[in-house]
Design a protein around this ligand. Structure first.
Ligand SMILES: C[S@@+](CC[C@H](N)C(=O)[O-])C[C@H]1O[C@@H](n2cnc3c(N)ncnc32)[C@H](O)[C@@H]1O
Length: 210
């Protein structure tokens, strides 16, 4: 089977089945307070933004500063990265957790993010790793169910193209552009831009959600 056909078969399988991941007590403790804060913010009509795999949280801070009416949550599993977090504005929160469990608990609580950002996710470039990329992962239907808009940034053009292929298969509309050198949110991005490494952005929306 060709790679795209294999990818499509994988995504079809994920869309047909429920992702049953046991949630550990430690993850419940880490995620529950954030879910309660998000639920309250949603009830107040605030715009909710998720910075998924936020690293040090530099982008979380920038997103919250750019829109003080939104509530921004950054989630990352790395304590080492989160320890280097900048001072956050009051409308931002960082959570150390695995995103898979975070998305499942957020979904169960009926929370939908206005924007979900996937900034430079690990590309897992080997073919056998396709199921670890967010667009090939069994959590994908839950990511889609908890997002009104998805924004991907990556230095890998093939990742952006496969992301669009999968989302369009799931009936989302995608716009993929190459980012200009001035469009940066983090020191990491400024480094890419300075080295003239091309960066790609996909904005994906779903008619029924936007
Ligand atoms: C390549 S880094 C990008 C970090 C940041 N978004 C940036 O642009 O600088 C990918 C980040 O995703 C986090 N990550 C990867 N898989 C994760 C998961 N399953 N749950 C939570 N965080 C995850 C890693 O810890 C890492 O910080």
């Amino acid at each position: 089977m060709m790679e795209r056909q294999r990818l499509r078969a994988l995504v079809e399988r994920h869309c047909r089945s429920e992702y049953r991941l046991p949630i550990s007590a430690a993850m419940e403790v880490a995620i529950r307070p954030a879910v309660e804060i998000l639920r309250a913010a949603q009830t107040e009509g605030k715009k909710l933004v998720l910075d998924a795999g936020c690293g040090t949280g530099a982008s979380t801070a920038v997103l919250a500063e750019r829109d003080s009416t939104a509530f921004v949550v950054g989630v990352d599993r790395s304590a080492v990265r989160l320890r280097r977090a900048p001072t956050l504005p009051p409308n931002a929160l960082l959570v150390r957790a695995r995103l898979e469990e975070f998305w499942l608990l957020v979904h169960r609580a009926g929370i939908v993010f206005d924007r979900t950002l996937l900034l430079y996710p690990n590309p897992y470039p080997k073919q056998w790793q396709v199921g670890r990329r967010w667009y090939g992962h069994p959590i994908l239907p839950t990511i889609l169910a908890t997002s009104r808009t998805l924004e991907l940034r990556t230095t890998e053009q093939w990742y952006a193209e496969d992301f669009c292929y999968v989302l369009e298969f799931c009936q989302w509309q995608c716009v993929c552009v190459q980012l200009s050198a001035s469009d940066t949110m983090t020191p990491f991005e400024r480094k890419y831009a300075a080295r003239q490494i091309p960066r790609w952005q996909v904005i994906a929306t779903h008619e029924a959600r936007s």
